[in-house]
Design a protein around this ligand. Structure first.
Ligand code: KIV
Ligand code: ZN
Length: 515
């Protein structure tokens, strides 16, 4: 077993949220944060408190709720950012402020319009300011991957002197190659005189598909914190995928001189939770968490695995949570079993009323579907548990008519602010007809920019989980709906998105603020 610890810093709720369309409400962030804590993630970056009121509230709630993981807030090297982060983290059991400033020539000249001396001065000032709020301060040299080594050494030394305990080296634009990035980390650790006073961290973007490889190369060269996200979510092509980093290190203990404290059996559940909240499906061939990651198709492989599992498997599916959580409920399961299973999945109900509502939906689903899996439960309760507002629009009924050679039609009945309204529409297919009918009633005027359907479990009686993205002006919302009938799931998703559009919450996207 390794002697060194590799710190896992999860930024799903911050960088992950910067994926277009992945913005989350406070409630959604809290659910993910609780799951990350249960998985024993060391540091949870909960958001960018200065970005919006919503993000501030989200970081604050996560800080007030999570007790076992450190909760971190991002701040530029500016007074207002750092003070806002300090305020949001006030009640955290363990708080970290993560402050950053760009260090590459192109960023300093073109974006910051500052000289290198000014950048160092600002970084030192920011770290000291953050230390007024917490001893746990992380400094990031943004675009370090394209920064000059001498300057990087200088600013890192100064930041450590000013009190930074973690030095993060981001490959902000995903430009580096593994051997080169590893070399950067090794050189920094060797050349910075006070390097032993800080943990070196990396934060890699996936523009060339190298985020995980670059992170691992850094670990082999001395980095002891990796910043990553569930399912590799993140700005543009995303960040290093947490599940891949963690499992590579765990599986190749013959190579890595360190290991994480993660409970890897929570990985699949966490991946599904993030996917269902953001509406970003996981591709079937995605490493570790894709539906095919442990499926053997070829006869030769199947035969080999049956004879001796290690012939074709380097990891055990149950070690990352496949099948581990597959205890099923059915129509005879009672309220207690339902509540207990949801609690194990990290889902708590605010009130008995919400529990009863979800239980009634569970019974209705169990009448249609023989076995209810964890994935079904997560989809089923997601609307009931995490919408904190009263939806203005409700789907009362939907009837579609589709026949070869005929134009499909949909009859939709909704209540809007309590008033029942009905309309019929035709469309290219039943989903198109249903959406046209709903839009005729709710008149959001929004553009539909994403429509995706995923089966939650296998089999033709599986629930379909639909994501609908609507965009209007500066606002982009995702709606979700699940049902064994995918036309109904689609209608639910559209209604959900329309409600979110018509009920502006703290869902404002960080990038749309003034930062
Ligand atoms: O990619 C990046 O450089 C960042 C920093 C804020 C750490 O996300
Ligand atoms: Zn980033």
């Amino acid at each position: 077993m390794s002697s060194d610890k590799l710190i896992i810093f999860d930024t799903t709720l911050r960088d992950g949220e910067q994926s277009p369309g992945a913005s989350m409400t406070r409630e959604e962030k809290l659910r993910i944060a609780k799951k990350l804590e249960q998985m024993r993630v060391d540091v949870i970056e909960a958001g960018f408190p200065i970005a919006s009121e919503g993000d501030f509230e989200a970081v604050k709630s996560v800080a007030e709720t999570v007790r076992d993981s450190t909760v971190c807030g991002l701040a530029r090297a500016l007074e207002k950012d750092i003070d806002r982060a300090g305020e949001a983290l006030k009640h955290a059991a363990r708080a970290r402020i993560h402050t950053f400033i760009a260090t590459s020539p192109i960023h300093m000249e073109r974006k910051l319009r500052m000289t290198p001396d000014q950048v160092v001065e600002q970084a030192v000032w920011a770290v000291k300011r953050a230390r007024n709020y917490t001893d746990d301060v992380e400094f990031s040299a943004e675009d370090a991957g394209r920064s000059e080594m001498d300057f990087l050494c200088r600013i890192v030394e100064a930041a450590i002197d000013a009190g930074a305990r973690t030095i993060n080296i981001p490959d902000t634009v995903g430009y580096n190659l593994p051997h080169q990035f590893g070399e950067t980390i090794r050189t920094l650790i060797e050349r910075v005189p006070n390097a032993d006073k800080a943990v070196f961290s990396v934060h890699c973007h996936n523009d060339l598909g190298l985020a995980v490889a670059n992170s691992l190369s850094a670990v082999l060269n001395g980095a002891r914190q990796v910043e990553c996200t569930i399912n590799g979510l993140g700005e543009r092509a995303g960040n290093a995928a947490l599940e891949e980093v963690v499992m590579a290190v765990r599986t190749r203990q013959d190579v890595f001189p360190c290991d994480t404290d993660l409970d890897t059996t929570q990985i699949v559940a966490c991946s599904k939770l993030v996917s269902s909240i953001t509406g970003f499906p996981v591709q079937p061939n995605k490493a570790i968490v894709g539906a095919n990651a442990f499926a053997h198709e070829s006869g030769i492989h199947q035969d080999g695995v049956l004879k001796h599992r290690e012939t074709y498997e380097i990891m055990r599916a149950e070690d990352v949570g496949w099948s581990h959580n597959r205890m099923v409920l059915g129509k005879h399961s009672g309220r207690n079993a339902f509540r207990t299973r949801l609690r194990e999945l990290g889902i708590e109900f605010e009130s008995e009323e919400k529990l009863n509502e979800a239980f009634a939906r569970f019974k209705a689903l169990a009448d249609k579907k023989h076995e209810i899996f964890d994935e079904d439960l997560q989809a089923l309760v997601s609307e009931t548990v995490h919408e904190t507002y009263e939806p203005r629009i409700r789907l009362v009924s939907l009837r579609v008519c589709t026949e070869t050679g005929e134009t499909p039609t949909a009859d939709v009945v909704l209540t809007i602010d309590g008033e029942e309204r009905a309309v019929s529409a035709s469309g290219a297919g039943p989903v198109d007809a249903a959406f046209k009918a709903i839009e005729a009633l709710v008149q959001t005027g929004a553009r539909l920019t994403l429509y995706s359907v995923n089966n939650i479990t296998s089999g033709t009686d599986s629930q379909g989980e639909v994501t609908v993205r609507l965009e209007k002006d500066e606002t982009m919302v995702n709606g979700q709906g699940a049902d064994t009938d995918i036309v109904i799931a689609s209608a639910k998703a559209y209604v959900n998105a329309a409600n979110r559009l018509m009920t502006p919450l703290e869902r404002e996207h960080p990038q749309l603020g003034d930062v």
